[in-house]
Design a binder for this molecule. Structure first.
Ligand code: ATP
Length: 257
């Protein structure tokens, strides 16, 4: 489909004898939220890891803005506009919120060791840019009061926001969120839903989330893709997915039981 921000084309991957993903296909429109669901072992994390380039599929292709990303290593996807967060957080706990978020700007800054050592004029410009961007994202996510706090001193829900701020500081067109609601209380999940929608609506960012929290996925997603045993079993708007017999049998039914 033309105009997709993300196209997953016949993606398959095996680990030894286990077929973790088998012929996965779907498209994601720009400025939308896509929820990836499925019961334990369905292949969600494996697909997420393919999208963030930690894994390379054995077959198929993944296109971002019409271009394959499979020739790009994981540490270079931020440069092309793919940001991500981690299920178990990947922050530097002993650094401040500000420093953690500043790190997100590095993919947008050109610098080299010699220029930094000699403190050449663009080093100063880079520093200013990093500071300004980090402060903007910190304010955007309501973290101003915590900007100078050590990350390890903050509650888990706040740390998750810091990770989101850092991902936003990379200026992504597509944001990949790995179980963003995991470990959050009810109120924090509600707030998170609002923030994710806000990021789509105000910043025009497309968001793909892997999530077990059904009410969050169903309330914010424009489209839901459901996996089971490495295959896509359903794709559509939340209302249709909630009524899909295979999805009910595989996942929602199991939740309700
Ligand atoms: P969960 O919701 O429990 O996190 P999931 O939908 O994310 O599950 P995956 O973690 O992607 O599922 O796992 C899909 C299948 O692939 C499982 O059978 C899993 O054991 C297998 N698998 C995933 N990663 C690896 C790996 N690195 N080596 C071997 N098998 C793996």
């Amino acid at each position: 489909m033309t105009g997709s921000i993300l196209s997953v084309r016949d993606v398959g991957i095996k680990f030894g004898g286990i077929v973790a993903l088998n012929g996965i296909n779907f498209d994601m429109s720009p400025r939308t939220i896509l929820g990836l669901i499925g019961p334990n072992g369905a292949g969600k994390t494996t697909l997420f890891n393919c999208l963030s380039r930690l894994y390379t599929p054995n077959c198929g292709d993944i296109l971002f803005d019409g271009q394959s990303i499979l020739d790009r290593p994981a540490h270079r996807i931020a440069e092309i506009g793919i940001g991500r967060t981690f299920q178990n957080l990947a922050l530097f706990p002993s650094l401040s919120v500000l420093d953690n978020v500043r790190i997100g700007t590095h993919s947008r800054i050109w610098s080299d060791y010699l220029s930094d050592a000699l403190y050449l004029p663009w080093t100063n410009r880079n520093e200013k840019f990093a500071d300004q961007t980090a402060h903007e994202m910190i304010a955007y996510l309501g973290l101003r009061g915590a900007a100078n706090s050590r990350v390890s001193d903050l509650p888990f829900g706040t740390q998750k926001r810091v990770e989101l701020a850092r991902a936003l500081a990379t200026n992504p067109k597509l944001l990949l969120l790995d179980e963003p609601a995991c470990g959050l209380n009810h109120e924090e999940v509600d707030e998170l839903g609002g923030i994710i929608r806000q990021i789509r609506d105000e910043r025009g960012i497309s968001i793909l989330l892997v999530e077990h929290h059904m009410s969050l996925v169903m309330s914010i997603s424009d489209k839901v893709v459901a996996l089971n045993f490495g295959k896509k079993i359903g794709e559509g708007c939340p209302r249709d997915i909630q009524k899909h017999p295979d999805v009910i049998a595989a996942y929602l039914g199991a939740q309700a039981a």
